[in-house]
Design a protein around this ligand. Sequence first.
Ligand SMILES: *Cc1c(COP(=O)(O)O)cnc(C)c1O
Length: 503
Amino acid sequence: MKYISTRTKNFQPLNSADVILKGIADDGGLFVPESIPKITLDDIKNLVNKNYCQRAVFVLKKFLTDYTEDELFESCEVAYDWFDVVSKVPLMILIKDEQHRASPVGVMELFHGNTSAFKDMALQLLPQLMTRALKKVGETKEILILVATSGDTGKAALAGFADVPQTKIMVFYPADGVSKIQKLQMVTQAGKNVNVTAVKGNFDDCQNGVKNIFADEKIRAELEKSNVKLSSANSINWGRLVPQICYYVASYAEFVKSGTIKIGDTVNVVVPTGNFGNILAAYYAKQMGVPIKKLICASNMNHILTDFFNTGVYDRNREFYKTITPSMDILISSNLERLLYHETNGDTEKVKTFMKELNETGKYKINSSLKNRLDKIFYADYATEEETTALIKEVFGNYKYLVDTHTAVAMMVLGKYRRNTKDMSPVMLASTASPFKFTNSVLKALGENTEGIDDLAQLDKLAWVTKKDVPKNLAALGSAKILHENICDKNEMAEQVLKFAAQ
Ligand SMILES: *Cc1c(COP(=O)(O)O)cnc(C)c1O
């Protein structure tokens, strides 16, 4: 399998190891597979009695054909070893009552990794794929991953890259712009190759600092002297997308295994969406042959995607809301570019024009034939803040099942879909974070007072109120040793990078 860019016709195809190391194509486009590999119902049947890594490797080897099966298997085993459940991605099946037997919801719990959010699924595997890619392409330099974070991605990347050979990772976070728990998660990260630095500024300062470093030829040359090459781990890297395709295939097999559906039954998939990575992975799973009917794209008050699917216009000229689902507070859903590429049958000129318009005017409009194609595959809607909190309370009341705010958005939108379309097909719903990751909002949704209660104490309170256990990585934070106290001005970031690279 070779990879090409969404923006250039007759692009010289590359191997997956190359595209995982490059991240983004030289023309500014995103890497896409030349074709989407197919799987059959028999293939899926064979996966029913396999474990998560076996299922994942079956998918990975279709896309990453320049890796050996052993390499992929080792990568998975290391990546998901730490997860706190044997099944890695449990499927929690919610059925309201006998009357609704025909409409089960399989909640894919994607948050059992090192940071209790779904980014772990990809950020644990990406470093393993990268370090093996370095060997394949004969790269002897060390790779330095730079991350600017508003909280969650930083820790997930640190956990994934810690002590991975031939890599170093450096994370910049805004000194006063992350929660106490997010900060503790990062500054307690162990590993010989990690650096965590607070920046006296906000998230934009961190992000601009990192962007400037990437664009600075002098710094790159300086780094070369220390035998170091810069790279990034952001969500448009193919190496972050492909691990996500795996859990849709695996969860379908798990749904069959549970006896809830039969092999070949069609399901709908619901995803709380921000950057469009997770739901795009579901799209690839559908195109591969998993019996998925509709992809239901759930948004919060920043419902640019709902409007796009319903009107055909993508328009970022709008108010931006800070919500209780911060991981979906996004106005540029980068991975949408890949969908546009595939659904225009690889019309790179068209994709390039859309992206140029988006860059210059903040919007673009698709024609009605493309919109009709997307209508057949997608349904999109959003949930308000009030709907989201009410749903957390309702689901806990009905099922004693506790969900985080992002998952609640997906559940709310599923309810709207079912009411509007009367389509009661079984559903696989992506649960993207542990409720303990968003303790404050979840406690409030349950009607609990949080005022004056410290973040760590809120974890215990939520555990007590719901009789659930705090995930072990979060429970350990109170007593974990602080390992990183580095802090710098926003104009000192490059200096810090050079210092760390030379260590
Ligand atoms: C990143 C994230 C999302 C959004 O996923 P995308 O792939 O960006 O669409 C949703 N929920 C949580 C908890 C996340 O961390």
